[in-house]
Write a protein that binds this ligand. Structure first.
Ligand SMILES: Nc1ncnc2c1ncn2[C@@H]1O[C@H](COP(=O)(O)OP(=O)(O)OP(=O)(O)O)[C@@H](O)[C@H]1O
Length: 497
């Protein structure tokens, strides 16, 4: 062969008599200087032949209902085959589910037809996924490419660093997220972002993904919430593809996991995630995780995962303060269909100061005002303070009704024990002050469901583990002493009054 002129073509014949197939199997191979690819094959004649014999055998075996056979089996095709694996394509997810249930029958029949010396692993793929892997010149590598189909969650392209408003509440998490996106795998690994619902954690996760995809398109980004991850683990185990799933996950460069708290209690997923975690971190691949609480506060999470999650950087994200809320509202206005509506600063300030528990609440209040304005406003179209207060009247009352805040809890508990508020949040450890402080922390957890870390911050920057053990002590003591329990009940009543 003249080695200087590439590409060249060669024809190979494959002897299939061991499989009792009379068809000659021909490959037209395109040879380059660096290697070769199969340019064309009569693969499909051969596969059709095998598959029609397999179906005939299944159809006449009496093991499948005729209706099912006509509607599901006959609609399938054998699209690839090698000595270890067979790949069958079907039209819909329902077909796939039904045939997966009968995979043993399919594989044993196929093995019989082929007179296969070893066991065959059969996989079922949707036709629509198949087209992604096949082009008209190359029919190979379908089986290898199948592993691409492990579902991720959609990465929201509209959530970027550019449209994330930064303030004191989220500065640290924003900087850490940006640093990870800029230099994945090398700075903080894993990055763990925690905070209450609606504060922008998923937004930051998507922003990391979008940034990497834009600036380093060769890197493989995978975004998933932990429910989807658990589904993938369960399905992969069911389909005998867990090794393929792990292999696929090992190939990811940036793994973004939302709401990790939902993995709690799912033992098998813990195990799989643990090995994926170690593999990625050891290979300097970036992992970013978000949760509504610190790893140590997630009940039902294995210790080894807690320690892995805590081994990188954990950053919190808080409720937006007034200025950040105002800036977010202005951004949302400029991006909304109501961009042209004129809303005055006072109306925005009203929303920013009354609905800033989280950003979702801010967005909801703004939308309510905008729709209210369209529905009821008959003046010059400018949305003013009174339009906003009218639109949100009921909502403000509702949020005012409970009225319980950390400040109120500290005030009530300190008054109950004849202490000052400063004593309650101080470092003093005298018994009566410690007892009152523990109760106040416990009430913050019970009545406001605040994360331990947040309670710690409110009580003079205490460690979350101190808060956790204070709450446990109060619970224990309330079970041991009737008088203590009575005091607790009285305090709770005062706080709620
Ligand atoms: N700083 C911010 N700037 C602009 N938009 C923000 C900001 N923070 C949050 N948002 C917006 O608020 C909404 C809720 O944010 P997101 O879904 O990221 O919250 P989350 O903390 O992940 O909540 P959950 O835990 O419930 O999933 C989204 O529309 C997001 O774009």
């Amino acid at each position: 062969m003249d080695k200087k002129s590439f590409p060249q073509f060669a024809v190979f014949y494959l002897d299939l008599t061991c499989y009792n197939v009379p068809t000659t199997y021909i490959y037209l191979v395109k040879i380059y200087k660096e290697g070769a690819t199969i340019f064309m094959t009569n693969n499909s004649f051969y596969l059709n032949e095998i598959w029609s014999r397999t179906l005939e055998s299944i159809g006449t075996s009496g093991r499948v209902d005729n209706f099912v056979f006509d509607n599901f089996y006959k609609e399938s095709n054998l699209v690839d085959l090698n000595e270890k694996k067979a790949l069958i394509s079907v039209a819909s997810f329902i077909h796939k589910t039904l045939l997966m249930n009968e995979i043993d029958l399919i594989s044993t029949t196929l093995e019989d037809i082929l007179n296969a010396p070893t066991k065959l692993q059969c996989d079922i793929i949707l036709e629509k996924d198949l087209t992604r892997f096949v082009d008209n010149t190359n029919e190979v590598n379908i089986i290898e490419s199948m592993d691409e189909s492990f579902d991720s969650s959609p990465l929201r392209e509209d959530r970027t660093f550019e449209n994330f408003i930064v303030g004191d509440c989220n500065r640290e998490s924003h900087s850490a997220a940006l640093a990870c996106a800029y230099n994945p795998g090398n700075l903080f690994n894993p990055l763990f972002i925690y905070g209450n619902s609606g504060l922008g954690k998923s937004h930051l996760l998507c922003a990391i993904g979008n940034y990497v995809k834009k600036n380093e398109p060769s890197k493989k980004v995978y975004y998933t919430d932990s429910n989807k991850f658990v589904d993938n683990v369960v399905n992969s185990i069911k389909l005998g593809k867990i090794d393929a799933f792990k292999k696929y996950m090992y190939s990811i460069d940036v793994l973004l996991i939302d709401d990790i708290q939902f993995i709690a209690g799912k033992e098998k997923s813990h195990e799989i995630f643990f090995s994926i975690f170690n593999e990625l971190v050891n290979n300097r691949k970036q992992i970013c995780i978000v949760s509504d609480r610190l790893p140590t506060e997630i009940k039902g999470l294995e210790d080894r995962l807690i320690s892995r999650f805590s081994s990188g950087l954990s950053v919190g994200i808080d409720s937006p303060e007034f200025e950040t809320s105002l800036a977010i509202l202005k951004l949302k206005m400029s991006n909304s269909a109501f961009e042209s509506r004129n809303i005055d600063e006072e109306a925005l300030s009203f929303i920013a100061s009354n609905f800033n528990r989280d950003v979702r609440q801010l967005e909801g209040a703004l939308n309510r005002v905008l729709f209210y304005a369209i529905e009821f406003q008959k003046d010059d179209g400018k949305i003013r303070f009174d339009t906003a207060t009218n639109a949100l009247r009921g909502q403000v009352l509702v949020s005012d009704k409970s009225g319980i805040t950390v400040r109120k809890i500290i005030k009530c508990v300190s008054e109950y024990y004849g202490l000052t508020k400063q004593q309650l949040t101080s470092k003093t450890r005298t018994k009566n002050i410690s007892t009152a402080r523990q109760i106040a922390m416990f009430m913050c957890r019970k009545l406001l469901d605040l994360p331990y870390i947040k309670i710690g911050e409110e009580f003079g920057g205490r460690d979350h583990s101190t808060v956790m053990s204070s709450c446990e002590k109060v619970e224990k003591q309330s079970k041991a002493s009737g008088a203590y329990l009575q005091a607790l009940n009285e305090i709770e009543k005062i706080i709620k009054s």
